[in-house]
Design a binder for this molecule. Sequence first.
Ligand code: SF4
Length: 610
Amino acid sequence: MIEAYTHTLLMIDLSRTAVETIPVPAPYVREFIGGKGVGAKLLHDRLPPGTDPLSPENMLMFMTGPLTATMAPAMRGCVVTKSPLTHTFLDSYFGGSFSPEIKYAGYDGIIITGRAERPVYIWIDDHRVEIRDAGHIWGKDALDSNEAIKRELSDDTIKIAGIGQAGENLVSFALICCEYNRQAGRGGAGAVMGSKNLKAVAVRGSNPVGVSDPQRFTAACKKAFKELEASPDVEALRDAGTASAVEFANETGLLPHKNYRNGTFDKASKLADKGQRKHLWMGSNACMGCPIRCSKIGAVRTGKFKGIVTDIVEYESAGLMGSNLDISDVRAVAHLVKLCDRFGMDSMSTGTVIGFAMEACERGILPSPKDVDLKFGNVAAAEHLIRAIAQRKEGLGALLAKGVRRAAEEIGNAAEDFAMHTKGLESPAWGPRGVSGMGLAYMTTDRGGCHQRGFPLAYELGGEWEDKKLDPLSTEHKAQLVASLQNHSAGTDTLVKCDFGSFGISTETYAEMLSAAVGREITARDILETGERIWSLTRMFNIAQGLDTSQDTLPKRFIKEPLPDGPAKGHRITKDDMATMLQEYYQVRGWDTKGIPTEETLARLNLTQS
Ligand code: SF4
């Protein structure tokens, strides 16, 4: 029988060079569906407390969902592991076509443990699995090594996930490149891969992926496509990608400028879609089978960086590598982001780390490198640091490669006052001082300060959510809003969907596609309850791994320094605001006053045995 699930996990232990397949336990599928859910359950059940993320014992998982490789629109893949940056749960999502290929090869997921004695790559050709020497590509960047493997295997249609030099050098925010410009970017999964001496995973699959009820499934997918077409947000994404958000963030005072000191940037439009259309874009691009086509393919056509073939500079990179560093030339930003892509480094964390270093130099608590003036607006300085970090060069490179939290701890001198992170994950490009709920989302996200596990600011600035009026600066209703959005995010991340698909596709339609695909009735409510279950499971995992819940906080700048500009000028998120929102949030979740799930809650969510 052809099914949406393969019910098979491929397990590879690089220390023992052992390969085996195991069935996905049926209760995992019933309670956690797939993707983030099954990955979180596996990590929770199998990773001993206190495991060093860069040790052979850590698990690196590439997970698919039950709708992966079907005609369901806007699906992606996810990496699940313990993060070397935060030492907590990490799920990091990637588009492209690597994830469908895993399914075509016959697996719901690939789990890699151990450490190879020398650099290797894994070649998965359906059920044939080889661990191959990668000595000749170790030291190459993420894109060149991808090409080299395709040449070696004489097939340029093979799908590859690999690391660049940053992953090899264990940079804490190294990423995994899953095809050109499609990365599992956040949280340092690339360093976990590097710690295993694993350069790449190459996959070719030829097995069909089916669904339980094709007629019902096709009807549900048609509904999903219609919902996407009817969504103005999707239309805006198709037209301008996420770059149009630059001007929105600037107008609302949420755009980081000079290490988040300010919330506006007078040259923001140069980094937005207007500037990118003029200097970069040539046409649209998409992940496999996605009708949204949010990406733009292009090239730098003029100036010093002429000739770089690039993709869209998406909002987060424009904000953190552009306005945050006081750089307005979008061609230079494209150059810096491309360097990060090649080295295999998260451009969001890299931008935040560089902004921190520039401010530390300005304050005189960090010496500037001899050969470059480390000040805001200096493109050469940003490039210098990107190269130094990726190579983990002695001095600043090695220091900043540890991430902003640890760099600030080592520098001392109150550097933590302007180190922008939550639980070690560098902050996203949405300063929360004008939107309290966004602050609460950062404080409580399972993988550290992140905007993708709930994006309340859209409702806060819109002024309402469900039947409630919202004031962006107030703490009222924010706990319920954030918990509800997180449940939706975690629930639908079991599928594994792209966040932008959710801009149009309703939870009911996801449930209908899922039910038709797997042959079991799953409602929208079931998806949201699964999300709630996962949120408490990842919380339990993080606590078992040593998370101190006092880390449910914000970077000091957002707490102490009032926003100097924009519509919310003068506002900050005070300690009282944080305490009020947190206690309400814990209560909504059924956690105690210290943020620990109660026995009652664990029983209600069927997590008692977890
Ligand atoms: S919306 Fe964009 S990122 Fe998401 S699946 Fe489609 S093309 Fe990929």
